[in-house]
Design a protein around this ligand. Structure first.
Ligand code: F6P
Length: 364
């Protein structure tokens, strides 16, 4: 019997989403004879029943395209902004699913999407998810697509910043995305030869970083590159937050979270390092450039592997799972083991060991 499959992408966009959509769509249609439709703008499109064709020619020419052709949003089924209110629209989404007589819904996304998808699976929908995020922090998979591309972008930014930092004898503090996981900053920091890397998993001590920079200076290297994961925090974070309020207008309602998102703590770190080392500092916030543009070859390959495996699982009737990358292969992992968990960098991870072994200061 012909199966009907829906696909949506949710959360922040990420390179490789179109490659994954193409893989699911082509394998579902070409190998298994299924019909595939897309829902626009993540769970919002599922709620509003806004669909698009994801078959035949629509899947051509998208392997190399950045972003996501159906669009995405950060909406969550159980907390959807509707008419000025936040409502649980899960049942409306179940109705949309049923109205299309879907046999399965494929949700492509990061940690938040895995949680939302699990919620829909608990309502009886046949869900299969794929792990995508530049943060690389989805639980139970070796890696997520989007990460490799962002790693390349951040690394080449560090490469470029080296020559200007060197020429001006400056400290350049580079903020790298990753939310509350340090994979991207650590990976790019190692690959781009950062002198200091600070990540959320290791609370940093400004004086230790300043010492490391001064040591370099005494050794004749009058510049330093400091790679800062956006979620990194100092050891005395609470005190610092209080002190930092002085930097913002009196009465400002800017929350600690918003300050983090606008590079507040990175700016503060740069200022502190300038004060303590006497070296001029500059800040570069890489921001969304890390998520934009064509996916790397590695992400295209990973997205294609996961996407085609997803179509096979739907054909077999295996639902309620995320297609995880496991070595050279893939493995279905129950959503219950993925939802609500986050994969941060373990302190005994080989990247941490290697970074220290080549003399990189990790802020501790
Ligand atoms: O999860 C991906 C990510 O790029 C994070 O690294 C970052 O913290 C966040 O999304 C930014 O979100 P937005 O695009 O909604 O500003």
């Amino acid at each position: 019997m012909t199966k009907y499959v829906g696909i949506l992408t949710a959360g922040g966009d990420s390179p490789g989403l179109n490659a994954a959509i193409r893989a699911v769509g082509r394998a579902a249609q070409g190998v298994h004879g299924m019909h595939v439709i897309g829902f626009r703008d993540g769970f919002r499109g599922l709620m509003q029943n806004r669909t698009m064709r994801l078959e035949g020619p629509t899947l051509s020419g998208i392997l190399t395209r950045g972003g996501t052709i159906p669009g995405t949003s950060r909406d969550k089924p159980h907390r959807m902004a509707v008419g000025g209110q936040e409502l649980d629209m899960t049942e409306v989404m179940v109705d949309t699913y049923n109205s299309h007589h879907l046999d399965a819904l494929v949700c492509l996304g990061g940690g938040g999407t895995q949680r939302s998808a699990y919620r829909l699976a608990q309502k009886g929908l046949n869900i299969v998810t794929l792990p995508k995020t530049i943060d690389n922090d989805v639980a139970a998979t070796d890696v997520c697509f989007g990460f490799d591309t962002a790693l390349g972008v951040a690394t080449s930014a560090l490469d470029r910043l080296h020559s200007t930092a060197h020429s001006h004898h400056r400290i350049i503090v580079v903020e790298i995305m990753g939310h509350n996981a340090g994979w991207l900053a650590l990976g790019a920091g190692i690959a781009g030869g950062a002198d200091v890397i600070v990540i959320p998993e290791i609370a940093y001590d400004v004086s230790k970083i300043a010492e490391a920079i001064l040591r370099r200076s005494r050794g004749g290297k009058h510049f330093s590159i400091v790679a800062v994961s956006e979620g990194a925090a100092p050891k005395d974070a609470d005190e610092q937050d209080g002190a930092d309020d002085a930097c913002y207008e009196a009465g400002s309602s800017m929350s600690a979270e918003l300050r983090r998102l606008t590079g507040g703590s990175t700016l503060r770190l740069a200022r502190q390092l300038e004060e303590r080392t006497g070296l001029e500092s500059r800040v570069t916030i890489l921001g969304h450039v890390q998520r934009g543009g064509a996916p790397s070859a590695g992400d295209r390959l990973l997205a294609t592997r996961l996407g085609t495996a997803c179509a096979t699982l739907i054909d077999e009737g295996t639902y309620g799972v995320m297609v995880a990358a496991r070595g050279e292969g893939t493995e279905p992992v129950p959503l219950a083991e993925v939802a609500g968990r986050r994969r941060t960098v373990p302190l005994d991870h080989s990247w941490i060991e290697s970074a220290r072994a080549v003399g990189t200061n990790l802020g501790d």
